[in-house]
Design a protein around this ligand. Structure first.
Ligand SMILES: Nc1ncnc2c1ncn2[C@@H]1O[C@H](COP(=O)(O)OP(=O)(O)OP(=O)(O)O)[C@@H](O)[C@H]1O
Ligand SMILES: [Mg+2]
Length: 284
């Protein structure tokens, strides 16, 4: 009996902590991914979850702007041994931990051999268990974006009612459906004029998905176009904190509640395992 208990303890001790890894992504750019990623991460912090936010957008480091912080180091510094992971993590509001991908995102595709192993192993030192890791990704279907999206346990696709955004969301969803069967895939409609318009967008997308790929995405909510959201961006203060009672804040809290209440990932995944999977996808 005692041996069995010791074995169990060892197994648990060796087990990498597992997290829900939620990639916030879109087909078209500028639809609100960064704002949704930051405010969703904060809404989950308010629910007392341990949350990390990783900016894996190759383009502009928008997370910094929305949060009004300036990270000096990013995953690129960890890859080349200049910094440890612990040294690049920044502390955001409500205990949110922020990791900037920066140049590290392109470098990851070129890493191999012992460097890649050392980088992946560096996540072990992240001696901290997160309930949720939120990824703010770039838009579109380039490999540098899809590698992060397809490796996640949960995927949140953002679209607006604009026809081009809906078409690009459809293209992206088709790829996700084919290549990430393990993930829970959900849809948020942002910048809608009314709840009715948002519902129509979700219905339209789902009817096309049903017809052409016999599949549907789980529509989890909408955020209306609201002056406070744009104002919060200008003030570099997340809308959930600056305007906690605005409609967007109430919507994001509702969406966080749905996500947190959703099914746990079928396959446990820690940050280390996640980055191992991403680098595999990047090098295909
Ligand atoms: N619900 C909203 N109401 C009003 N304005 C919004 C809303 N959502 C986003 N915006 C505006 O759209 C802009 C773009 O949002 P955001 O940067 O979050 O998009 P993104 O998808 O991350 O863009 P990119 O593809 O460039 O990374 C914001 O600066 C903000 O002004
Ligand atoms: Mg962005």
């Amino acid at each position: 009996m005692r041996d069995q208990a010791a074995n169990l303890r060892r197994l648990v001790a060796n087990k990498e902590p597992s997290s829900r890894i939620i990639a916030v992504t879109s087909g078209k750019g500028g639809v609100g991914k960064t704002n949704i990623a930051v405010n969703l991460a904060l809404a989950l912090c308010q629910m007392n979850y341990r949350v990390a936010l990783i900016d894996v957008d190759l383009g502009l480091a928008n997370v910094d702007i929305v949060l009004g912080i300036t990270p000096r180091f990013n995953l690129g510094h960890v890859m080349y041994g200049q910094k440890t992971l612990g040294e690049i993590i920044m502390e955001g509001p409500l205990g949110l931990k922020i990791i900037s991908g920066g140049s590290g995102i392109t470098e990851l595709a070129n890493l191999n051999g012992w460097r890649l192993e050392a980088f992946i192993a560096s996540f072990e030192e992240l001696n901290q268990n997160f309930d949720f890791v939120i990824l703010d990704t770039g838009a579109g279907v380039h490999r540098t974006v899809t590698s992060f999206v397809l490796a996640a346990t949960d995927i949140l696709v953002v679209t607006t009612p604009e026809p081009t955004a809906i078409t690009d969301a459809y293209g992206l969803l088709k790829i996700i459906h084919q290549r990430a069967p393990q993930a829970s895939v959900r849809l948020v409609v942002n910048m809608a004029k009314s709840p009715g318009e948002a519902d129509m967008v979700a219905d339209r997308l789902n009817s096309v998905l049903r017809e052409f790929v016999q599949w549907e995405v789980d529509y989890v909510g909408h955020i209306l176009t609201e002056a406070q959201v744009a104002r919060a961006v200008a003030e570099q203060h997340p809308f959930l904190l600056a305007y906690p009672n605005c409609r967007a804040s109430r919507s994001i809290k509702r969406i966080a509640g749905v996500l947190a209440g959703g099914n746990a990932p079928s396959e446990p995944l820690g940050i280390r395992g996640f980055f191992a999977r991403v680098s595999g996808l990047l090098q295909i």
